[in-house]
Design a protein around this ligand. Structure first.
Ligand code: NDP
Length: 252
C-alpha cells in the first residue's frame, strides 16, 4: 500500500515537466491527484490516461493560475469530488526573460502574477479547508535556485521566486499550530521545456561543467523531494526551502 493512500493532492502546472513527474509520483503512492494545466489539453489527457493505466487516479482541471478566480473554482470542485485536499503543490511557473532595460511592465506583472500570485491564490483557497476542517495539510511551493543565485534577464523571475521563499516561511509560521506544514523546493537546471532555451543557448556540455554532479536534473529528482515533503517522514519540517540542484548553487 502506498504511503499516501486515501489522501487527496492538488498540483498546479501538472501536465508537463516537473509538475507531471510530481503528479505521477503522488499517484504511485496512492493519492488521488487533481492537477491544473493552462492550455495543453493533449498533454493533460495523456497523463490522466497513463496514470489510470497504472492503476492510479488523476483528474485534470483547466485553468490559468494567474487569474484570481481559478483557485477558488478548482479547489471547490476538488473538495466536491473527493472531500478534502491533503497536499497542495504550487508548481505552475513561467519565465519571460529580458534584460531589465527591455523589460515591459507586462513581463513583470505576468511572471509575478503567475509564479507568486498563483501560489497565493491556491494557498488562500485551501487554507481554511486544511487548517480548520481537516486540521492537517502539506503545502509545497516550487521555487528556484534563481531566487538566490541570480541570472541576467531574470529580474522578474528572481523576484517572484525570492518572494515565494519568503511567503513560504511566513505562511509556515502562521499555519504550523493548525498542523499545516509549508515548505518549498528550489530546483537547479532541470530538463524540461522551460529550460530548453537556456540549454540550447549555453550548450548542455557547458552547463554540466557548472554542476558538481555533472548532469542536468530530471523532473523525477524534484518529484522525489516533493514526495518526501508530502509524506510521513517530513512531519517535523516546516518553513524550509530545500535545494535540488546537484550542487550548482555551491558555486564550485
Ligand atoms: P514547464 O514549462 O515545462 O511546464 C509548465 C507547466 O505549468 C505546464 O504544465 C503548464 O501547463 C503549466 N502552467 C504554466 N503557466 C500556467 C498558468 N498560468 N496556469 C496554469 N498552468 C500553467 O515548466 P517546468 O516543469 O520546467 O517548471 C515547473 C516549475 O519549476 C516552475 O515553477 C519553474 O519556475 C520551476 N523551476 C524549473 C526549473 C527548470 O530548470 N526547469 C528550475 C527551477 C525552477 P500547459 O502545458 O497547459 O501550458
Amino acid at each position: 500500500m502506498g504511503q499516501l493512500q486515501n489522501q487527496v493532492a492538488l498540483v498546479t502546472g501538472g501536465s508537463r515537466g516537473i509538475g507531471r513527474a510530481i503528479v505521477s509520483a503522488l499517484a504511485r503512492e496512492g493519492a488521488k491527484v487533481a492537477f491544473v494545466y493552462r492550455g495543453n489539453v493533449e498533454a493533460a489527457q495523456t497523463l490522466e490516461t497513463e496514470i489510470a493505466q497504472q492503476g492510479g487516479i488523476a483528474k485534470a482541471y483547466q485553468g490559468d493560475v494567474s487569474d484570481p478566480a481559478t483557485a477558488e473554482r478548482i479547489v471547490e470542485a476538488v473538495v466536491a469530488e473527493w472531500g478534502r485536499v491533503d497536499i497542495l503543490v504550487n508548481n505552475a511557473g513561467i519565465i519571460r526573460d529580458k534584460l531589465f532595460l527591455q523589460m515591459e511592465a507586462e513581463d513583470w506583472n505576468t511572471v509575478l502574477q503567475t509564479n507568486l500570485g498563483g501560489a497565493f491564490a491556491f494557498c488562500k483557497a485551501v487554507a481554511r479547508q486544511m487548517a480548520f476542517k481537516q486540521r492537517s495539510g502539506r503545502i509545497i511551493n516550487i521555487s528556484s535556485v534563481a531566487a538566490e543565485h541570480v541570472n541576467p534577464g531574470q529580474t522578474n523571475y528572481a523576484a517572484s521566486k525570492g518572494a515565494l521563499n519568503s511567503f513560504t516561511r511566513a505562511l509556515a509560521v502562521e499555519l504550523a499550530r493548525r498542523n499545516v506544514l509549508v515548505n518549498a523546493v528550489a530546483p537547479g537546471f532541470i530538463e524540461t521545456d522551460m529550460s530548453q532555451a537556456v540549454r540550447s543557448l549555453a550548450g548542455e556540455d557547458n552547463l554540466k561543467k557548472w554542476i558538481p554532479v555533472r548532469r542536468l536534473g530530471q523532473p523525477e529528482d524534484v518529484a522525489a523531494v516533493v514526495l518526501f515533503l508530502a509524506g510521513p517522514g517530513a512531519a517535523y519540517i516546516t518553513g524550509q526551502v530545500i535545494t535540488v540542484d546537484g550542487g550548482l548553487s555551491l558555486g564550485a
